[in-house]
Each structure stands twice: as structure tokens, then as C-alpha cells.
Design a protein around this ligand. Structure first.
Ligand code: SAM
Ligand code: SF4
Length: 329
């Protein structure tokens, strides 16, 4: 039984958060202090994650993205990657990381079967990096990027969160860096998922504004025909043939109608949307002796309840009770 919701959307993509902990403190995600983390015994074990993935593969899931919190702070992450890469039916595994621990872990991840990696970096300016992340780890992230380039991952992308009146000076340098190093920069509109309730519509640096800035200051861009219309980013290439950029315009151009994603939180809850208010407990079923069929039924029922889309652009919008780091971005 494929995972189709009541709007006919087929779900073949699972995002797995392996921890809600993080080694930096980006202001648009985490509070600076007094972070409330899930107790360790509530976090799914690798075996539980692996079993869940096998079950959803039976329901048609083919693509995985491992995320967090910061996935590289989870001990022995390459062990999990190897388990997941070995599951028949999985066609693609990607990882999203802040890159701080990447220089030391990239080789083990690559050997374990990881081919695609997204590294989160908003700026090439060490001071602004410190301001955004409240940590001075810019050199470590750069070392992580260099190590991934050296190891020859199939795809390396950089995720940059687009916050207005803050990162405008970074937009062009990042794109130039991407053009030089063969890395796609993906600009992600600031979403209302921060722990401190700082988000305001006025603080979103819109994809169209960035596109114009890049065209004005670097050169004309043209849309890349999308091989997978359900992918969240719209891609553009520079007309001079050097490099591409992507935009995740969740606020200005929501892509909910094409959504093919479900999410498993680190503490074993299933979400049908990043912005969902409700989530379904799967951990209990994974731990109480429930059969694979019973767990598959929980997944199918959760997908059948999926809404048509988030309502950021309406007055009805309510931010989810958990911030980004606790959901898994
Ligand atoms: N720690 C890893 C990282 O930073 O890449 C993985 C988890 S993080 C929650 C996943 C992605 O979410 C990040 O790459 C960042 O670009 C994005 N992100 C975090 N907070 C955001 C927000 N409020 N709006 C838009 N994107 C956000
Ligand atoms: Fe950590 Fe990623 Fe959130 Fe930044 S965006 S605080 S790196 S989980």
C-alpha cells in the first residue's frame, strides 16, 4: 500500500532526526541558553530507526535524509548510515549537518555509504557566523567543506538561511564561493520555527530578492528544468554556465501541493509536515512489541490525516509547538 494522502500526494521521502542536541546555537532555531532536550532514553535507538525504515520502505519510501538537531553529535552516526544504506529499496540517503564535526567524520560517513551532504553555512564572515550561531566555529565548518570536496561526495550543497537585514552582505560571496568550488548554494527563507518566537514576516529575505541581487551582481540566471517537481528547491543556473543556486521559498512560494515528505523525530514521533501541530507516537509501538503491520498502520493513518499545507500566509497560522531543532529540519 503506497503512502498516498487524501490529496493524492505520494510519500516516498522520510526525514529522520537522530538527535535534538546541537553543538551550536543558531538564533533562528535554538534558544541561547536553557535548551530543553529530550531525555536520552526517549531517543530512538539505531535498531528502532532501522526497523521503522524497513517498515516504511514496504510502504514505498525510497529516499532518506538524516538530520537533527546536529546529527554528527549522535555517537557512531556512520553505523546508522551503514545500516540504512544496506536496506533494500532505499535509493538515496542524504545528510544535513552544520559541518562543525565534519572534518573528523566525513571519511567514515562516506565509507558507510553516504553520497550526498548538505552543509549549513549562512556566511563566509567569521564574525557574522559567530553572531548567528553564538559559537566561533566558522573555521571548523570550512575545514569540513574542504574535506567533503577532497573525499568526492556525489553532491555537496550549502544551506543558507535567508534572514532580512542580516545576511544581505553574504548572498553574493556565498554564490561566488559555490561557483568556484562546484557547490550549489541553497537559500532558505527564514521560517517561523525558531525557539524564541523571533520570526516576523518582515525578517524573511525573499527568494525573489536574492535572485535579483545575484543577477545584478554576478550575472543572469535561468531556471533549471526540474527532474523532480516534488523537490522543495527551485534551481537556477548562471547563464555563463558556472554554477547553480537553489531557493527554498517556503514562505513566499509554498510547495505544499508537491510535498512527498514525512518526518520521524528523534524521540519517535511521526509528523506529516514540518509545520504540523499534531504528531503521532510511534516509539511506544516500536517498544511495546507491536507488529510491523501495526506500525505500518500507524504510518498510513498519519499520512491519511495530512493537511493540504501550512498556513504561514494566513492569519490562521499557528507555529508548531516544537522549534526546528526538536522537529528535525
Ligand atoms: N544542524 C543541522 C544543520 O544546521 O544543517 C541539521 C538540522 S537544521 C534544523 C536543518 C536546516 O534547517 C539547517 O540547514 C538550516 O538551514 C535550516 N533552518 C534552521 N532553522 C531555520 C529557520 N528558522 N528557517 C529556515 N531554515 C532553518
Ligand atoms: Fe543546530 Fe542546525 Fe539548529 Fe543551527 S539550525 S542550531 S546547527 S540544529
Amino acid at each position: 500500500m503506497p503512502l498516498t494522502d487524501t490529496f493524492g500526494r505520494l510519500h516516498d521521502n522520510l526525514r529522520i532526526s537522530v538527535t535534538d542536541r546541537c553543538n551550536i546555537r543558531c538564533f533562528y532555531c535554538m534558544p541561547e541558553t536553557d535548551v530543553k532536550f529530550v531525555p536520552r532514553d526517549e531517543i530512538l535507538h539505531f535498531e528502532e530507526i532501522e526497523r521503522f525504515v524497513r517498515i516504511v520502505v514496504g510502504l514505498g519510501v525510497r529516499k532518506l535524509r538524516v538530520t537533527g538537531g546536529e546529527p554528527l553529535v549522535r555517537k557512531d552516526l556512520p553505523v546508522l548510515i551503514r545500516k540504512l544504506a544496506g536496506i533494500a529499496g532505499i535509493e538515496d540517503i542524504a545528510l544535513t549537518t552544520n559541518g562543525v564535526l565534519l572534518a573528523e567524520q566525513a571519511a567514515a560517513l562516506r565509507t558507510a555509504g553516504l553520497k550526498r551532504i548538505n552543509i549549513h553555512l549562512d556566511t563566509l564572515d567569521r564574525e557574522r557566523f559567530r553572531q548567528i550561531t553564538r559559537r566561533d566555529d566558522f573555521p571548523k565548518v570550512m575545514a569540513g567543506i574542504e574535506e567533503c570536496l577532497r573525499l568526492g561526495f556525489e553532491t555537496i550543497k550549502i544551506n543558507a538561511v535567508a534572514v532580512k537585514d542580516l545576511v544581505e552582505p553574504d548572498i553574493v560571496p556565498l554564490a561566488r564561493f559555490g561557483r568556484e568550488r562546484g557547490i550549489e548554494i541553497r537559500y532558505i527563507e527564514f521560517m517561523p520555527l525558531d525557539a524564541q518566537g523571533l520570526w516576523l514576516r518582515d525578517k524573511v529575505l525573499l527568494a525573489d530578492t536574492i535572485l535579483k541581487q545575484l543577477s545584478d551582481e554576478i550575472g543572469p540566471l535561468e531556471p533549471v528544468p526540474d527532474p523532480d517537481p516534488r523537490a522543495p528547491a527551485s534551481e537556477y543556473r548562471f547563464r555563463d554556465g558556472i554554477g547553480t543556486v537553489g531557493f527554498i521559498a517556503s514562505v513566499s512560494k509554498p510547495f505544499c501541493l508537491n510535498c512527498n515528505r514525512i518526518r520521524l523525530t528523534a524521540d519517535g514521533n511521526l509528523r506529516y509536515c514540518l509545520f504540523a501541530i499534531e504528531e503521532t507516537d510511534v516509539k511506544t509501538a516500536l517498544r511495546d512489541g507491536s507488529s510491523d503491520e501495526e506500525i505500518a498502520r500507524i504510518v498510513t493513518e498519519t499520512v491519511s490525516k495530512k493537511w493540504i499545507g501550512h498556513e504561514i500566509n494566513t492569519t490562521k497560522f499557528v507555529a508548531p509547538p516544537r522549534p526546528m531543532y526538536a522537529i528535525g529540519g
